[in-house]
Design a protein around this ligand. Structure first.
Ligand code: GTP
Ligand code: ZN
Length: 398
């Protein structure tokens, strides 16, 4: 499984689709299709060197799809969960290293645990309850651990790409039966390569002048990946960016429907978004705001709402993500780096308090010449959220 392959075959964003090797486009499409199938509750087949695994998402699988999955299965299905969710279901302490204060993403947050699924638990309502910490605990039987099947990590990764809870009913599968039933098949390696492969396939698809209240010269450029996923946007706050010899201000902003559009007080995204535009418009070097379709630090809006429900029960923003089975931060900064390169920006002054963004962009080949703090006062509701970002994500305070 090569995470490095997309780097070796990296190409500048902006080239046309025809320039992409067909195999890479096919891989992206098959992952995107598989994620859509999972969202519909349909089983899909994951293939890897250790064998094939039929998988269905626990939060949406129907009784009919479970029967289909069992027809393809060569053994009794098991439930795959992320370690923190598995610990909660098993009512055991969180595995070492996963509950401790820790920064950002990382290997400690990877992993999967398999649980036995006796007949009473192989049922849509019980599976939803096993998958979702915000759902009522409706378990006719206490689950126990089972042996790990092949392709467990790619299965969890595929559920995350589908923005579903990383909880899957899985079983080793017979490929011929899966083909006969018309189940979609996807290579495990393509799932693991997907985030970088999608980012490096970005193409500029539309561009327009959009005068903003705080930035009358702004232009918006839309980028689309070859998988057909949601577009990411680059907002050039000043039409002269990049001005030769000057290093522009750059803000990497992840979509926040609640904060950006509705003015939610739970976070600081709205003030950060508008504040960044204002600040860039006043800067002699201008600025680029990247608006990434990576809602909820990459877990999606639905899971962010679930995380908010858990925060109302006392968890902080980081532990709420983990309770759902996600990492603290699931974003991919390749997208940002590719868009910056496409608009001719290789060196930036980054508007952020988050050290992971600096490290992430640098690792993707962008020179971060300086960091400028981008902090707004707490509003009486988001105080705990801001405090957690400083204490547990290592956010810089000045
Ligand atoms: N999962 C989750 N995401 C959240 C929560 N609150 C806000 N977000 C998301 O966090 C993202 C905003 O993060 P950023 O503005 O990039 O902030 P940051 O990583 O703290 O870094 P800087 O603002 O650059 O210092 C958006 O996608 C929000 O939807 C939360 O409680 N849980
Ligand atoms: Zn927000």
């Amino acid at each position: 499984m090569s995470n490095m392959a997309p780097l070796a075959s990296k190409r500048p964003a902006g080239a046309d689709d025809a320039a992409l090797p067909d195999l890479r486009v096919q891989a992206l499409r098959s992952v995107h299709r598989a994620a859509s199938e999972l969202r519909r509750g349909t089983p899909v087949l994951l293939t890897g060197p250790e064998g094939a695994l039929v998988v269905a998402a626990a939060e949406v699988v129907s009784a009919r799809s479970l029967l289909e999955l069992q027809e393809v299965a060569r053994a009794t299905p098991v439930l795959l969960l992320a370690p923190v969710r598995a610990a909660a279901v098993l009512q055991r302490p969180v595995p070492q290293g996963l509950g401790a204060p820790a920064i950002g993403t990382g290997a400690a947050e990877m992993g999967a645990v398999a649980l036995r699924l006796p007949p009473a638990l192989l049922d849509p309502a019980a599976l939803k309850s096993l998958a979702d910490p915000t759902a009522e605990r409706l378990l006719p039987e206490q689950p126990e651990r089972a042996a790990m099947p092949p392709c467990a990590l790619p299965a969890i990764a595929l559920a995350k790409l589908a923005r579903l809870l990383p909880a899957l009913v899985v079983a080793p599968a017979t490929e011929a039966v899966a083909r006969r039933l018309g189940l979609l098949s996807v290579a495990a390696a393509d799932v693991l390569d997907y985030p970088v492969a999608a980012a490096t396939s970005l193409t500029r698809v539309a561009e327009a002048r959009v005068p903003l209240e705080d930035a009358p010269e702004a232009r918006i450029i839309a980028f689309r990946a070859a998988d057909g996923g949601i577009e990411h946007l680059a907002i050039l706050v000043d039409s002269t960016v990049p001005e030769p010899g000057l290093v522009p201000l750059v803000r990497v902003h992840s979509e926040c429907f609640t904060g950006d559009l509705l003015g939610s007080l739970r976070c600081d995204c709205g003030p950060q978004l508008r504040g960044a535009i204002k600040r860039m418009a006043a800067d002699p070097a201008g600025g680029v705001l990247l608006y990434l379709a990576q809602e909820g630090r990459g877990i999606g809006l639905v899971n962010k709402l679930r995380a908010y429900a858990l925060q109302d029960q006392g968890l902080d923003t980081l532990d709420a993500n983990r309770a759902l089975g996600y990492g603290a931060d699931e974003r991919n900064f390749w997208v940002a780096a590719e868009m910056l390169r496409a608009v001719g920006v290789g060196r930036v002054r980054l508007l952020t308090n988050n050290p992971d963004k600096i490290a992430g962009l640098t690792a993707c080949g962008i020179e971060v010449e300086g960091r400028e703090a981008h902090q707004f006062d707490a509003n009486g509701v988001n105080d705990g959220y801001l405090e957690t970002k400083a204490r547990r994500f290592g956010h810089l305070l000045t």
